[in-house]
Design a protein around this ligand. Sequence first.
Ligand SMILES: Nc1ncnc2c1ncn2[C@@H]1O[C@H](COP(=O)(O)OP(=O)(O)OP(=O)(O)O)[C@@H](O)[C@H]1O
Ligand SMILES: [Mg+2]
Length: 301
Amino acid sequence: MSTEFSTGTEPAGTELLALEGVGKSYGTVRALQDVSLTLRAGEISCVLGDNGAGKSTLIKIIAGLHRHDEGRYTVAGEEVRLDSPRQALDRGIATVYQDLAVVPLMPVWRNFFLGSERGTRRWGGLRLDADGMRATTREALAKMGIDLPDVDRPIGTLSGGQRQCVAIARAVHFGAKVLILDEPTAALGVKQSGVVLKYVTAARDAGLGVVLITHNPHHAYLVGDHFTLLKRGRMAGSHPRAEIGLEQLTTEMAGGSDLAELSHELARPSVPEASGPDRVDPDRVDPDPVDPDPREERPKP
Ligand SMILES: Nc1ncnc2c1ncn2[C@@H]1O[C@H](COP(=O)(O)OP(=O)(O)OP(=O)(O)O)[C@@H](O)[C@H]1O
Ligand SMILES: [Mg+2]
């Protein structure tokens, strides 16, 4: 009754999925238009963009949660219109959402097998193969190099980074060919982000194609083979790693000229000379320009 099967069956470089001129509207909101992207086995493709750029819409189309209404979506060369995440999963496309669908009080191994429990029929009922599932979870984590000695711990007691790692190992174990990660490092500190990115590369090394959504160009550049930039639903750039450096990626991501404009808007207004004691002295370095004099805040005795 288990749905486990082997992974990494596609040779590196095999096209796993492709979007061509894909678009999607929510009523009158054009969330995505004319987006193209190709994902190959053994490759990490990063999708970068600011809030509202259309990143989640893009992965929801790939993951079968929403249907595109323009363009072509092909999986292993065959055009598809996915109606549900189950259909995507059946084609080997696994998605790890940021708010991971876990049951916090259940042990790690139960979460690992959630929806794919192993068991044996006995006396007309089903008996879970707890020991087997525990052992397999341990093995699967160890295979990815994930150091988690106690799979009996409730998953809710793990750090956010550890939970992401378990989710990645789970997708690899259950035979995903494509792994989609929606901002896996967004809520994590530097160290934990590094750990998660390490397992993202482990998934790639296992032969999966990974779509990594992020708005952190530094994280993207650490692991990415290809970078797609989205801006207000449109593609604002698509570069293989060889064609773009971190600096250019950061500038494109920040929207170069937009940033210059913003810096201009945020500049302090110039204050006319001789305006009294509040006059802004350009040479004075204010350690915290936002906070007014804290002494004024003190309650009167
Ligand atoms: N279900 C929906 N109904 C209507 N509009 C939506 C819906 N989902 C997204 N949108 C709109 O589509 C656009 C793209 O949204 P999307 O969530 O894909 O952006 P995002 O890049 O994931 O942003 P964020 O970084 O904030 O997660 C936005 O203008 C958003 O308001
Ligand atoms: Mg989003």
